[in-house]
Design a protein around this ligand. Structure first.
Ligand code: ATP
Ligand code: MG
Length: 233
């Protein structure tokens, strides 16, 4: 089984215009414009505190901006106004359309690796056997063969991140968001995990937005976008 056999949903283009977001009287995003073409990998970089995570949350519908619009446009489907969608619709987008990978600590400790990966499909209401099979199929392409029954505590940091990537990809998202997915790993492991993430991205054609501090990792993406002083520079 390879990623090519795990057919993705048609990837989507994602764009945002004039995003403003404040916390109290601190304006973190001051009119950010952003676009990712369908199937493109975009690295989002910038100094600590520049608003990368805030922007990722706005793009993925976790947070709502004070102003501006976010639009998801997939071929053959009506565009979705993410920032204007209600809480319920945004939650639905995050369950199927958008995949998320964080820096660490996102796996459920009491579940095995394969149960963690199957979870999004079970939450979608898919039959348990089908969810388990789809989850298990993700292990070989991510170099995780033989680790299906381990619990997160029995996996290395790099292996845990690969399981998290599998879990994010298993519902066949149209856009995958990753917030410093290698930030908690040593350089060599981080490069390995990022390589697998990009392989998966290219094979499935999913649109990828990845926050990273690492210029070498950013350079491996199709395009680099830098946030500085609340805007894209
Ligand atoms: N929930 C919150 N409440 C108040 N302020 C916040 C909140 N989240 C973020 N901020 C502030 O907004 C600014 C941008 O934060 P954000 O997490 O988006 O930065 P970042 O670019 O992701 O930084 P890092 O590289 O350190 O992860 C920071 O000054 C931060 O303190
Ligand atoms: Mg951040």
């Amino acid at each position: 089984m390879s990623f090519e056999e795990i057919t993705p949903r048609p990837p989507a283009a994602l764009w945002a215009r004039g995003i403003v977001r404040s916390y109290g009287d601190q304006q973190v995003l001051r009119g950010v414009d952003f676009a990712a073409a369908s199937g493109e990998s975009v690295a989002l970089t910038g100094p600590s505190g520049s608003g990368k995570t805030t922007l990722l949350h706005v793009l993925s519908g976790i947070a709502v901006p004070d102003a501006g619009e976010v639009v998801l446009a997939a071929a053959g489907r009506a565009p979705v106004a993410v920032a204007k969608a209600g809480a319920e619709e945004r939650a639905r987008l995050r369950r199927g359309t958008f995949g998320m990978v964080f820096q660490s600590g996102q796996l459920l400790a009491e579940l095995t690796a394969v149960e963690n990966v199957a979870l999004p499909l079970l939450l979608e209401g898919r039959p348990a056997r089908e969810a388990q099979a789809a989850a298990a199929a993700m292990f070989a392409p991510l170099g995780l063969d033989g680790l299906q029954e381990r619990r997160p505590g029995e996996l290395s940091g790099g292996q845990q991140q690969r399981v998290a990537i599998a879990r994010a990809l298993v519902p066949r998202p149209t856009v995958l968001f990753a917030d410093e997915p290698t930030g908690a790993l040593d350089r060599r492991t981080g490069e390995q995990v990022m390589g697998l993430l990009l392989d998966a991205q290219r094979a499935t054609g999913v649109t990828l937005v990845v926050v990273t501090h690492d210029p070498e990792i950013a350079a491996r993406c199709d395009r680099v976008v830098t946030l500085r002083d609340g805007a894209v520079r």
